[in-house]
Ligand binder design. Structure first.
Ligand code: ADP
Ligand code: GN1
Ligand code: MG
Length: 366
C-alpha cells in the first residue's frame, strides 16, 4: 500500500490538502475522508482502497458503478431531485481513469463527500428506519428500467444461500484449517439443521416465481446516508454489489441489520431480538416505494427472506471464523464467531415471531 498522499496526488482534486482521516465502519473497504482548501472553499471527498481480496475484477466493478450512477443521475433529475446529493458522484484520476492502481496493486477510487450528511451504525428510532426503507425501495424503483444484462455479476452467487452452504460453509467445516470447529460445534449444527431453508428462494427463481431485478445486495443501515439537518435519507452508498438479484435480498438484509435490538457484535446473545416495531416501520417505508412493482410471491416471502438473510450472514461469519478471518475485517480473534452467534440468536427469535412478521406484512397497504 502506497503512502496515502501519493495516492491523493493521482486524482484531479483542486486546492491544497488540509486533512486526511480514516472514516466509516464498513467491514470490507478502507475508507478515508480528505479535505482540500480550494481558494477558501473546503471541498471534501471520500477516498477508498477497494478490498482486492473480495473484489477481484476492479475494472468490471467500477464500470458497474459508473453506469449505475450515471443512470441514477438522469432519473433523479427527471424526478426533480438533486443529482449532486442523491447519488454518488465519482471523481476520475488526473489521467481520466475510474480508479488508481498503485505500485503494490492496491486500487483506490474517490467520490464527493455529501456535505451535512451522516450514516448510522444502529437504528435509534422507527422513523429513521422507515426512511432507510424508503431509500432502498426508491433505489430499486429508480433502477427498474436499467438494462440488468449490462451489469457484471461482481460476486457470483452472492446471495445464493444454498451455494454458500455447500461450497463455502461445509468445506470450511471439513477442512477446519485453524482447528476451530471444536469451538463452535453448536453453531455448526444450528446451520446444518436449517439446510432446507437455504434453497427456498433459489428454487423459486428457478421455477420462475421470483423475478431477478437490479438490486443493491448490501442494504445495511450504514449504507444509506441521512441529511444532518432535515433527518431525511439522502443517498444510497456502497454500490459495489449492485447486480441482478432479488428484492427479497435487499429487504431481508436491511431487517437483519436494522431490526436487531443490538449491534452485529453484541457479546450477550440474550439481548438479541427482532424489534417488530422496527420491522413494521421498514416494511412500510420499503413497500411505499417498491411495493406496487412486487409480485405476490415476493410479498409472501418478505418475512422469510429476513430470516434467510440473517441465517446466511451468520453462516458467512462462521465460515470466515473457520477459515481464519480472511474476508471480514475483525478486531479480535473471536470477532467473527461472536457475530455469527448474534445472527443465529436473531434467527431463533424470528422463528418464534414468524407468524407475527407475516401478519404485519399482510396488513400493510401500499
Ligand atoms: P464498505 O464496503 O467498507 O462498507 P462503504 O462504501 O459502505 O464501504 O463506506 C464505509 C462507511 O463509510 C459507510 O458505512 C459509511 O458509514 C461511511 N461513508 C461513506 N461515504 C459516506 C458519506 N458520503 N457520508 C457519510 N458517511 C459515509
Ligand atoms: C459487508 O461492506 P459492508 O460492511 O457494508 C458485506 C455484506 C455483509 C455485511 C455484514 C461485499 O458489508 O455482504 O452482509 O458486511 N459486504 C460484502 O455486516 O461482502
Ligand atoms: Mg458499507
Amino acid at each position: 500500500m502506497e503512502n496515502i498522499e501519493t495516492v491523493l496526488d493521482k486524482f484531479s482534486f483542486k486546492g491544497n490538502l488540509i486533512d486526511c482521516c480514516d472514516f466509516g465502519s464498513g467491514h470490507i473497504n478502507t475508507t478515508y475522508i480528505v479535505s482540500y482548501n480550494n481558494n477558501g472553499d473546503i471541498d471534501r471527498y471520500i477516498v477508498q482502497m477497494v478490498n482486492g481480496n473480495v473484489f477481484k475484477n476492479i475494472d468490471e466493478l467500477m464500470d458497474n458503478i459508473f453506469s449505475v450512477t450515471s443512470f441514477l443521475r438522469r432519473v433523479i433529475k427527471e424526478n426533480g431531485g438533486n443529482e449532486k446529493r442523491e447519488t454518488l458522484n465519482f471523481i476520475k484520476t488526473s489521467d481520466g481513469k475510474k480508479y488508481y492502481r498503485d505500485s503494490d496493486g492496491d486500487c483506490y477510487r474517490s467520490y464527493r463527500f455529501v456535505e451535512n450528511s451522516k450514516s448510522y451504525d444502529s437504528v435509534d428510532s422507527a422513523e429513521l428506519f422507515q426512511k432507510s426503507g424508503e431509500a432502498f425501495g426508491k433505489f430499486q424503483r429508480y433502477l427498474s428500467d436499467f438494462p440488468a444484462q449490462t451489469l457484471y455479476e461482481i460476486i457470483p452467487n452472492f446471495h445464493n444461500t444454498i451455494w454458500r452452504y455447500e461450497n463455502e460453509f461445509l468445506p470450511s467445516v471439513e477442512n477446519d484449517i485453524m482447528d476451530r470447529a471444536k469451538l463452535c460445534q453448536s453453531e455448526i449444527e444450528f446451520v446444518k439443521k436449517r439446510k432446507s431453508d437455504c434453497s427456498v428462494l433459489v428454487d423459486l427463481i428457478n421455477s420462475g416465481d421470483l423475478p431477478l431485478r437490479v438490486t443493491h445486495n448490501d442494504t445495511k443501515l450504514n449504507n444509506v446516508i441521512f441529511d444532518e439537518i432535515t433527518g431525511e435519507a439522502v443517498c444510497v452508498i456502497d454500490l459495489d454489489t449492485v447486480m441482478p438479484g432479488l428484492a427479497l435480498y435487499d429487504f431481508g438484509d436491511s431487517i437483519r441489520f436494522g431490526a436487531n435490538t443490538c449491534c452485529e457484535d453484541e457479546p450477550d446473545t440474550d439481548k438479541i431480538k427482532i424489534d417488530l416495531d422496527y420491522f413494521e416501520a421498514y416494511a412500510r417505508g420499503f413497500l411505499s416505494q417498491a411495493g406496487r412493482s412486487l409480485n405476490k410471491c415476493e410479498i409472501d416471502h418478505l418475512a422469510f427472506a429476513s430470516k434467510l438473510m440473517t441465517l446466511e450472514c451468520g453462516m458467512r461469519f462462521l465460515t470466515d471464523y473457520l477459515n481464519g478471518d480472511t474476508y471480514f475485517k475483525t478486531d479480535y480473534s473471536e470477532h467473527n464467531l461472536v457475530r455469527a452467534r448474534d445472527q443465529f440468536a436473531l434467527v431463533k427469535d424470528m422463528e418464534l415471531k414468524m407468524k407475527q412478521m407475516e401478519k404485519i406484512i399482510a396488513d400493510i397497504k401500499y
